[in-house]
Design a protein around this ligand. Structure first.
Ligand code: NAP
Length: 454
């Protein structure tokens, strides 16, 4: 089957590519299984050397990779280059820290010796999204490599060139054949791959819909899975927040990557005392974002990745407005083939509106006005999602206490929520389960084995 890749900034078909057939999949599955024994037996130092070489390759190919990201999903050039650098640093981080994370843990028992050791499990299947087409992959791949696992990637169907470039840098970095490969396949074929006995586990970053389907399949096969799903992060503004810093962070967190970030601030929960000031200044600052060619340095708001995603976002905006939300900025799609949506701010958002209940995966901010701090916490937790959240206040202790009560995987005080190789990343509630990054991430796809010598 042929798939057409449309550039979201121009509406033109960028190129066409072919999906794999059954024999193409079989060759790659077997190569992964064949590669595992030698790769997992290689010393940690040996695997770290490959990851460090991959980091260099990423930097060396950054221009090609950036161009593919911009052409396939419309990422701003500067954002793409920063993402590639972050991947290189994550490779170096895991190359440097995996030995600590994988140290056997001695445990005092009545045995002569008892300890926990971490063993790789084999081939991990990764199903990844387009929104950070390089970072999402390295976030799972760098720890998987250091764990001694091998990996197969099914990337989102609109970023095949990004997937191929990842494969090129991994090979150029010296990864042996079969240790990593890309499967250009559709979702039915992905379900078959997950059923294959040579695949031991699956990690998905994507929507709830995909999560339900893949987790059900993994459950049927009794295979370990990690689910990194959607979010509707709260951005809570308390009455003593530093308004300059808070507004700047609010705009950055909502509109970078054209709002297509799982941990973007989506619900701006503002206490009544500062609601007028915050909203006025937020609208002013958001209105400065400019659409244009994503490769042009003066563009500050990227197109969305696909026209159908833009149309779905507009449906959510219209349904929220029909239920009483007020449009303070934007709200009308841009005419023509450019798949952009204007920076949009909705005010007076409340329960029953998509802007309150669902994830808005694009440049639309929902302002929810609340009475006080207690009400802010209630609303922050009044969601089926639990990915991240932030709180803004001049009083760090007050912020920390608030953060401890937020029902999510990552609560930040006076900082936008961000991923960092040193800290675990993942969600609670319907935002998923399992963790990536840090020590927790590398252990997800390992056999945590007890050895007991009486
Ligand atoms: P998506 O439609 O779920 O796609 C993600 C990946 O899953 C793609 O590779 C897609 O393949 C595949 N997929 C979809 N349905 C599938 C199925 N039934 N079986 C097997 N594979 C399936 O999500 P998206 O639109 O690309 O990404 C946006 C979502 O991802 C948002 O909800 C966002 O919050 C979430 N996200 C979460 C995190 C996190 O760390 N928690 C990070 C980034 C994004 P095709 O492209 O071929 O359909």
């Amino acid at each position: 089957m042929t798939v057409e890749i449309v550039n979201p900034a121009t509406g033109k078909v960028e190129y066409r590519h072919e999906l794999l057939d059954g024999s193409g999949i079989e060759v790659r599955l077997q190569a992964a299984a064949d590669a595992f024994p030698a790769w997992s037996a290689r010393s940690l130092q040996g695997r770290a050397g490959v990851l460090e070489a991959i980091a260099m390759q990423l930097r060396g190919r950054r221009q090609d990779i950036q161009q593919a990201m911009t052409a396939e999903m419309g990422k701003l050039k500067a954002e793409a280059l920063a993402e590639i650098e972050k991947c290189a640093q994550a490779c170096e981080y895991y190359a440097g820290h995996a030995a600590d994370y994988l140290q056997p843990q001695q445990v005092d028992t009545e045995a002569h010796r008892s300890y926990v050791r971490y063993e790789p499990i084999g081939c991990v299947f990764a199903v990844m999204p387009w929104n950070f087409p390089i970072w999402q992959v390295f976030r799972f791949l760098a720890p998987a490599f250091m764990a001694g696992n091998v990996a197969l990637l099914k990337h989102a169907s609109n970023v095949p060139r990004c997937a191929d470039l990842i494969l090129e840098v991994v090979r150029a970095g010296g990864a042996p054949a079969g240790v990593f490969d890309v499967l250009h396949i559709d979702n039915d074929q992905a379900a078959e791959v997950l059923r294959d006995r040579r695949v031991k586990a699956v990690t998905l970053t994507g929507s709830e819909r995909a999560g339900r389907s893949i987790a059900a399949n993994a459950g049927e096969q009794l295979k370990k899975c990690v689910m990194e799903l959607g979010g509707s992060d709260a951005f809570v503004v308390l009455d003593d927040a530093d308004m300059d810093k808070t507004v700047e962070a609010a705009v950055k967190s909502r509109f970078d990557n054209s709002g297509q970030t799982c941990i973007a601030a989506k619900r701006f929960i503002v206490v009544e005392a500062v609601a007028e000031e915050f909203t006025r200044r937020f609208v002013e600052a958001a209105g400065q974002r400019r659409h244009g060619d994503p490769a042009d340095a003066s563009t500050t708001l990227a197109p969305m990745a696909r026209a159908d995603l833009r149309d779905e976002l507009h449906r959510q905006v219209q349904a929220s407005v029909a239920k009483g939300a007020r449009v303070l900025l934007g709200g009308e799609p841009i005419a023509g083939t450019y798949a952009g949506y204007p920076a949009t701010v909705l005010d007076r958002v409340g329960p029953g509106m998509p802007a309150y209940d669902e994830e808005l995966f694009g440049p639309v901010a929902a302002v929810i006005r609340v009475r006080d701090e207690a009400d802010a916490l209630r609303v922050a937790n009044d969601t089926r999602f639990g990915l991240g959240g932030s709180v803004w206040t001049a009083d760090a202790a007050r912020g920390e206490s608030f953060a401890q009560h937020m029902e999510c995987g990552a609560a930040f005080v006076n900082s936008v929520v961000k991923s960092d190789a040193r800290l675990p990343f993942g969600g609670s509630k319907q935002s998923g389960f399992g963790r990536e990054l840090a020590e927790h991430g590398i252990h997800e796809f390992m056999n945590i084995k007890t050895v007991y010598v009486a």
